[in-house]
Design a protein around this ligand. Structure first.
Ligand SMILES: [Zn+2]
Ligand SMILES: [Zn+2]
Ligand SMILES: [Zn+2]
Ligand SMILES: [Zn+2]
Ligand SMILES: [Zn+2]
Ligand SMILES: [Zn+2]
Length: 175
């Protein structure tokens, strides 16, 4: 990771890499909360997730492999969008498949296919999209979910870690 970058979302000053694991921040790029590494302009109190500062203009996503996703810098009020993966609203930069109207938060585009959930530590859970099922954690239907097939466990990505607020977050990879 470079220690300092220039980013066209904040062209007036360079952004410095900082790591503040103790405090969360709001990313000025995607509008989501974050913790850990970020690129920051101290003068302007401007923050970008490390991923949002460095994510490429196009991306491929394992679950939408038929098309390339394009990075869009903002959402306009007359065209509100929500993330097809975590279901929460998008308030800034995001990846979109224009032909399909498929949108994901940059952070959600990084979701690992396999993960470990503290709610079901016995088995790996697998990111799946299929007919709606009730989430084992919150009880609401989930289309996109982490699933343990043998046990019939279904968890929203946002429920994977057993949290109750709805801010998207980075899920630790199993490695
Ligand atoms: Zn961000
Ligand atoms: Zn600045
Ligand atoms: Zn999302
Ligand atoms: Zn598509
Ligand atoms: Zn849930
Ligand atoms: Zn299981």
């Amino acid at each position: 990771m470079p220690k300092q970058i220039l980013h066209n979302a904040h062209s007036q000053h360079p952004l410095l890499l900082v790591d503040t694991h103790s405090t969360s921040f709001r990313c000025n790029g995607c509008g989501c909360q974050g913790v850990g590494f970020r690129y920051r302009c101290q003068t302007c109190n401007f923050d970008l997730h490390e991923h949002c500062a460095t994510c490429p203009p196009t991306a491929s996503f394992a679950f939408h492999g038929q098309h390339t996703l394009e990075l869009e810098p903002a959402v306009f009020p007359e065209d509100p969008r929500s993330c097809d993966l975590c279901g929460t609203s998008i308030n800034g930069m995001h990846y979109r498949c224009r032909p399909c109207g498929f949108d994901v938060h940059p952070v959600c585009s990084q979701l690992p296919v396999y993960a470990v959930s503290p709610l079901h530590p016995a088995h790996l859970v697998t990111l799946t999209v299929a007919a709606p099922r009730k989430c084992t954690h919150c009880g609401a239907n989930c289309l996109w979910r982490y699933r343990c097939n043998p046990c019939g466990i279904n968890l929203h990505p946002k429920c994977l870690l057993g949290r109750t607020d709805d801010t998207p977050l980075k899920i630790p990879r199993d490695n």
